[in-house]
Design a protein around this ligand. Structure first.
Ligand SMILES: C[S@@+](CC[C@H](N)C(=O)[O-])C[C@H]1O[C@@H](n2cnc3c(N)ncnc32)[C@H](O)[C@@H]1O
Length: 427
């Protein structure tokens, strides 16, 4: 508690240097009734020349209520820590203060009080600045994370959103630790094993999955061949990139392999992004409910709108050009997302190195929901490897991809190497 030596000074003797004050309008409505009932309890602070240092609202309210004098303390008599607290508390009342500055100020006020009195509580800080204890406690959490440089907090649009982001962060971390511990009992070699040495290997997922015994992944990015025979289409530019087999049986075989081996490769607490063709919307949902019943499939898919209007025109006489792609979100173990983003994103197809490449900006946008430092991502049919680059740019713990086609895999490895070199240089 601040020391309480004060004297009473006539309100009319105090000078307010208006030009130097940050507040342009003074809201007194909340203050007038309490001063009327109890008088000014917290002294204002003035210089020896009676120039106001802080307490303008209390002074203005006293004048408005016709009070002759007001309790005041001289700034020169204050302990430097007390002075800092008073300045911060004054500053906190500014209407134009951003939520980031507000939370940082509350953290500083609380820690200064703590310096004066090690027994000081958050409730006392809350009482001192006139906010509810729960609010102050949340704001101290957010402000502390902001001061520590938490980037997700920096992206929040308000302190409540920042607080929710933090709460999810803690829960995701605990969730990951718990799942790892549980799985390390049933899979002593697997769950906590070190990440694979090579990030992208040339391999067939259907043959690799039954033999896998490494760390379990908690984020699966699936972009299987859609099974819509794109390799026989003359509209997919497959020749310029090198095509891949896209018969329906390729799609269903990959899905079947995923279902058979899910527990060998995926953690019990995991997210999945699953790109699919609308042609198999119902069949894919059915497959999930029968063969992957532990997974909850969101009703609303993610949508990538190709803003350059590129897409297949299957029947120019009967139907439109298809310029969007859809992706299911699935989760198991009630895993929380990192942060919510819009479920549609418009971006051009861009410069591609693979016929079916999902652009990194699109993936980064959606993956912000699923990827943080606890994410271990697997892409079983990685193609150009854009998903791995996107996840790595979002701070994933590690990324791993398979690609059956040797040339695609080699291009993806080169792209990932170049991406890592560029990141290292720009850091
Ligand atoms: C739709 S593309 C993936 C595109 C990728 N998401 C991208 O953004 O570049 C499907 C890829 O799966 C590969 N593929 C097909 N069957 C596979 C299998 N059994 N195992 C691994 N990769 C396979 C194909 O060669 C093709 O590159």
């Amino acid at each position: 508690m601040l020391t309480n030596r004060y004297r009473r000074i006539a309100c009319s003797d105090i000078t307010v240097l208006r030009d130097e004050r940050q507040r342009t309008d003074l809201v007194l409505d909340d203050l007038l009734p309490s001063i009327k009932a109890r008088g000014v309890i917290q002294p204002i602070v003035v210089t020896e020349d009676l120039v106001l240092v802080c307490g303008e609202r209390r002074l203005a309210a006293s004048i408005k209520l016709g009070l002759h004098d007001i309790p005041a303390r001289f700034a020169s008599e204050l302990d430097p820590i007390e002075l800092q607290i008073i300045e911060l508390e004054e500053n906190l009342k500014r209407k134009d203060l951003s939520w980031e500055d507000q939370t940082r100020a509350i953290v500083r006020i609380h820690s200064l009080y703590h310096k004066l009195d090690p027994e000081w509580t958050q409730k006392q800080t809350a009482d001192s600045i006139g906010l509810a204890t729960s609010t102050v406690s949340m704001m101290i959490g957010v402000g502390t994370a902001a001061l520590a440089g938490n980037e997700r907090i920096a992206k929040a649009t308000g302190w409540r959103q920042a607080h929710n982001t933090l709460a999810r962060e803690v829960q995701r971390k605990n969730d990951t630790i718990l799942a790892d511990l549980t799985e390390s009992i049933t899979r002593p070699q697997g769950a906590l094993a070190p990440p694979p040495v090579e990030s992208i290997i040339t391999a067939d997922f259907t043959q690799w999955a039954p033999l896998y015994n490494g760390p379990l992944f908690n984020f699966l990015h699936c972009d299987f061949p859609f099974g819509i025979s794109i390799h026989t289409s003359d509209q997919g530019n497959s020749d310029s990139y090198g095509g891949y087999e896209d018969d329906p049986n390729v799609y269903w075989e990959l899905l079947e392999s995923l279902a058979t081996n899910e527990n060998r490769i995926l953690s019990s607490s995991a997210h999945m992004m699953f790109w699919f063709s609308m042609k198999y919307y119902c069949e894919t949902r059915d497959f999930f409910s029968h063969r992957l019943p532990e997974w909850t499939l969101e009703d609303f898919p993610l949508v990538w709108l190709k803003s350059d209007n590129k897409g297949i025109l299957p029947d120019p006489k009967r139907g439109p050009r298809r310029i969007y792609e859809t992706c299911f979100i699935a989760s198991r173990g009630d895993r929380l997302i990192v942060r919510a983003v819009a479920n549609a994103y418009a971006a051009p197809t861009g410069t591609k190195s693979h016929q079916s490449e999902k652009p990194e900006p699109v993936l980064r946008h959606f993956m912000q929901m699923f990827v943080d430092e606890h994410s271990r991502i697997l892409d079983p049919t990685a193609g150009s490897g854009s998903s791995l680059r996107a996840a790595e740019s979002l701070g994933a713990a590690f990324v791993f991809g398979l690609e059956k086609n040797e040339e695609f895999a080699e291009n993806a490895r080169t792209a990932l190497r170049n991406f890592r070199t560029l990141r290292a240089i720009s850091k």
